[in-house]
Design a protein around this ligand. Sequence first.
Ligand SMILES: [Zn+2]
Length: 373
Amino acid sequence: MVVDKTVNIKEFNRNRIYMLLRQKRNLSKQDIVQHLQISLPTITQNLNYLLQEKLIANTGTIGNTGGRNAQVYSYISDAKIAIGLDITRNHVTTVVVDLNGDIIHINRRRQKFETSDPYFQLLGNIIQEDIKELDIDDSKILGVGIGVPGLITEDHQTVFYGKILNFTGETLQRFTKYIPYPAILVNDANAAGFSEIWATPDTKNAFYISLSNNIGGAVYIGNKVFAGENQKSGEIGHITIIPDGLPCYCGQKGCLEAYCSASLLADTADGSLGRFFEEVQGGNREKLIVWDNYLRHLSIAINNIRMLFDCDIILGGYVGAYMENYIDTLKKLVASRNTFEDHADYVRICSYKTEAIAAGAALPFIDQFINQI
Ligand SMILES: [Zn+2]
């Protein structure tokens, strides 16, 4: 037991030093002593380990007070990377994310989804192209997260509900036949939500709504995804907004998805969501009615979530990216429904405006890596 404790303290100190360097970027040993109140020999020992692992670098000297210059240690943000994929019906997007969680490469291409060997081979080829383009050594690659519009088993191995792409039962093994790195399958909304929690570490509890062509959601309690008993929590797209209302692809009627899918907006503007919002901005009467309706239905869902969880609600997805100009209108609609609160400042827009799914699929590898140092 005593041994375990010593090891834990050692690792704990190493992690604190690494995290401090990660946050402050350039520090001398004396700076680290001041920040962390750890002894100089312990700091030296840990810095040597981090240098040896090529996670930090010695990047010169600073100061000239009282004689000797102090050595500066810097954090290397691309010492390791993770790759994230966002698989949709008609596109494949890959991103490369560094240890900051920053996207350092995006590759988006039109590619129809199919559960065929050539398709999975193509995924492998795309990843190899990205790696080649960035000239990344294999030893730097922590893993590949594959974000998909489906419900995934707890072990990240199998799609157990995949009606959107008709790929129920598809496995990680098939997806990664041509991907020679550690990999996981991730639900798209959970991935996007994770990127958001990562970007705002002060957020402890939140409900993330992904307003894309499909509506997804993710529940975060105490900084962790609450997955539910059956990995189905947060499926906000299929709560009933209007009893016996419009038909949903799922077979039910009146689901939020039938009222707040991004494609309902885009379909009124030749399939372009950008054009839809240009016309709303331009005061197009017909589009304003469509948009009012959208916001009204969304406000019902948001109020219901607030009543259930009493936490921040983050809007992401395709529509979330356009929400800036309309957030005040939406907040008023939400506040007008609320029993206890006369404002809705708990509603906010996502920080990752694009590629939240692909980034969020990659981030668990980064998160795990930096926490185990
Ligand atoms: Zn439904």
